[in-house]
Design a protein around this ligand. Structure first.
Ligand code: XMP
Length: 515
C-alpha cells in the first residue's frame, strides 16, 4: 500500500504548526507541513491532496509582505480550514474584512456554537478553546455564515457549499479540549480515509525501500538508539541479508549496554558487526577536558572507524539514516523552506557530506512517537523503544574532566545504581518515574569517612528530570528516602566515590547534561 492521499498544512509561522500535523496523524490521516510560498500546481505534485489547512502565524494580513495564499488554491475546489491567521487570510482573500482588535486576546476562552455544521459533530453548545490573536474577522465574505462566537470575537465561520471553514482559536493545542474532534470532523467532511496506521506505513515503506535499493547493498550505523534501530529493522525486512549494520562500540556506553544492543538486534535477525573501538576513542580523548573538544574528538574517531569498516565491506552504495520528520522540516527540505530555530546536537552518527553514499531514510515522514509505534509493529523490544535519550558522545559528556577508563568504570557503576533504583518507580501518578535520569562524575575530590578510614575521592552527581521534548526540564522531586538510598549504595558499592549530590537545577537555566 502506498500513501494514497494527504492533508497539507500550510505553514504561516505559528509555533503550533507541527502540532496540527501531529494531531491529524494521531486520528489516522497522513499530513505534512508545506511552505505557502508556492502555487497550487507546485503543492499538488505527487500524492493527491484531499484538504488544506492554513495555519496561524505572527503576521497581520494587511501588513506589507505578509504571506498570502498559494496561487490557484481558491480555484482548486479543495476543502479548506483556516486557523487564526489562516482564517483572517481566507476572509480577506474572499472579500470579507479583517480589523485589528482593540486588545490582543491571548489565553483561554469559551465559544458558543450558534449554527449547526458537520464541523461541530459531537461537540457541546459551549466549548473551551485557546485564543491567541490580535486581528479578527469583522465582515464575513459572501457565502459564509457565522458558526460560533466568543464574548469578544467571531470564533468560526463556514461556507458549507464550498467546504471552506475557519477558526479564530487554535484547535491543535490541548487547551482546546474538543480541538482534535474538530480537526477530525474537518478531514472527515473533506472525504479523507483514516488509514494512516503503523501497519500501513510498514507495508508502504517496505515496498519503497525495495524499489529504491534494487539489488544493491546497504550499510547502517547502529547506535542502539530507537531511530537507527527501527530504520535498520525496516530496511532489513525489505532487503534481508543485503543490509550490514555496523555498531561502533566507542567504550562510552553505559554498563553492559554494548552487549544488550547486540542481543536485541541479533534477536531481530540483523547482521550486526560490533566494532571494538574503545581504545581508539579513549586514546583520542586522553588529556582532553574541554566539552566541545571531547565531542569533536569523538566525532572524528567515529568517522575514521566507520570509513575503514565500510571500505572493508566492498561495494556498498547505500547508507541508512534515521532522519525524522522534524529534522526534515528543520533543515528546510521536503517542500518546506523555513528553517526553524530548534537546538541541534552533535551526534556521533553525524557523517560528513562528502561520504559518497546514496541515503535511505525510511523514517523521514515520521515523528518520534510514530517511530515507536512502527517499532512495536515490527516486534522490537519495548525496553529498546522506550529507551531514555542518551547523548551521541555518550558517557564522555557525563565524565567531567578527563575521560579515562578508570573514571568510566566508576561512572558506569554509579549510573547503573541510579537507573536500577529509579527504574522501580511507577510510570504514572505521584512519584512517577522521571523522563531522564543518570549519574555524572565530577573531577572534584572531597573528604569522607568510610568505616574507620578517611576517604578522599571524587563526587557523583545524580540528575533526574521531567521533560516532554528536552527543550525545558523540571527537576524530579525524588523522595528523600530514595535519595538517601542512592547516596548510601553508591558510596558503599563504588570504590572511588566519597560523596553523592543531587542536581536541583531546572532547564533553563541549566541544561540536562553537564557538558
Ligand atoms: P541538554 O543538555 O542540551 O540536553 O539540555 C537535551 C537532551 O539532549 C540530549 N543530548 C544530546 N543528544 N547528542 C545527542 O544525541 C548530544 O551531543 C547531546 N547532548 C545532550 C540530552 O541527554 C537531553 O536528553
Amino acid at each position: 500500500m502506498q500513501i494514497e492521499e494527504r492533508v497539507v498544512v500550510l505553514d504561516y509561522g505559528s509555533q503550533y504548526n507541527l502540532l496540527i500535523v501531529r494531531r491529524l496523524r494521531e486520528v489516522g490521516v497522513y499530513a505534512e507541513l508545506l511552505d505557502p510560498d508556492q502555487s497550487w500546481d507546485e503543492l499538488r505534485r505527487g500524492v493527491p491532496i484531499r484538504a488544506v489547512i492554513l495555519s496561524g502565524g505572527p503576521n497581520s494580513v494587511y501588513e506589507s509582505g505578509a504571506p498570502t495564499l498559494p496561487k490557484g488554491l481558491l480555484e482548486a475546489g479543495v476543502p479548506l480550514l483556516g486557523i487564526c491567521y489562516g482564517m483572517q487570510l481566507l476572509a480577506k482573500e474572499l472579500g470579507g474584512q479583517v480589523v485589528a482588535s482593540t486588545r490582543r486576546e491571548y489565553g483561554p476562552a469559551t465559544f458558543r456554537i450558534h449554527q449547526a455544521s458537520p464541523l461541530w459533530q459531537g461537540l457541546q453548545e459551549n466549548e473551551h478553546c485557546w485564543m491567541s490573536h490580535g486581528d479578527q474577522v469583522f465582515k464575513l465574505p459572501s457565502g459564509f455564515e457565522s458558526l460560533a462566537s466568543t464574548d469578544t470575537a467571531l470564533a468560526a465561520m463556514g461556507d458549507e457549499k464550498r467546504k471552506i471553514y475557519a477558526l479564530q482559536f487554535h484547535p491543535e493545542v490541548t487547551h482546546t479540549p474538543s480541538g482534535v474532534r474538530i480537526l477530525k470532523n474537518f478531514v472527515e467532511l473533506a472525504g479523507c480515509q483514516f488509514n494512516w496506521t503503523a501497519g500501513n506505513f510498514v507495508e508502504a515503506s517496505l515496498a519503497e525501500i525495495a524499489r529504491q535499493v534494487g539489488e544493491d547493498r546497504v550499510v547502517c550505523a547502529i547506535s542502539g538508539g530507537v531511530d537507527s534501530t527501527v530504520a535498520a529493522v525496516l530496511v532489513h525486512r525489505a532487503i534481508g541479508a543485503r543490509l550490514t549494520c555496523l555498531f561502533v562500540d566507542n567504550g562510552l556506553l553505559r554498563q553492559d549496554e554494548g552487549d544488550q544492543v547486540m542481543e536485541s538486534l541479533s534477536v531481530l535477525g540483523l547482521d550486526v558487526r560490533r566494532v571494538q573501538a574503545q581504545e581508539r576513542f579513549l586514546k583520542g580523548l586522553a588529556g582532553v577536558t574541554d566539552p566541545e573538544k571531547k565531542r569533536k574528538k569523538i566525532g572524528e574517531a567515529f568517522i575514521r572507524v566507520f570509513e575503514e569498516q565500510v571500505a572493508a565491506l566492498g561495494e556498498v552504495p547505500y547508507l541508512v539514516q534515521g532522519t525524522l520528520y522534524p529534522d526534515v522540516i528543520e533543515s528546510g527540505q521536503g517542500g518546506h523552506k523555513k528553517a526553524h530555530n530548534i537546538k541541534t546536537h552533535h551526534n556521533v552518527g553525524g557523517l560528513p557530506e562528502d561520504l559518497k553514499f546514496k541515503l535511505v531514510e525510511p523514517l523521514r515522514q515520521l515523528f518520534k512517537d510514530e517511530v515507536r509505534r512502527v517499532g512495536r509493529e515490527l516486534g522490537i523490544d519495548s525496553r529498546l523503544l522506550e529507551r531514555q535519550p542518551f547523548p551521541g558522545p555518550g558517557m564522555a559528556v557525563r565524565c567531567l574532566g578527563e575521560v579515562r577508563e578508570d573514571r568510566l568504570v566508576v561512572l558506569r557503576a554509579a549510573d547503573a545504581i541510579v537507573r536500577y533504583e529509579l527504574d522501580k518507580l511507577p510510570l504514572e501518578g505521584p512519584g512517577r518515574r522521571p523522563w531522564q535520569y543518570f549519574a555524572a562524575l565530577l573531577p572534584v575530590k572531597s573528604v569522607g569517612v568510610q568505616g574507620d578510614l578517611r576517604s578522599y575521592a571524587e563526587v557523583v552527581v545524580v540528575r533526574a528530570v521531567y521533560s516532554e521534548d528536552a527543550m525545558t526540564a523540571q527537576v524530579a522531586d525524588l523522595d528523600h528516602s530514595l535519595l538517601t538510598r542512592l547516596a548510601t549504595r553508591i558510596v558503599n558499592e563504588v570504590a572511588g566515590v566519597s560523596r553523592v549530590v543531587y542536581d536541583i537545577t531546572p532547564k533553563p537555566p541549566g541544561t540536562i547534561e553537564w557538558e
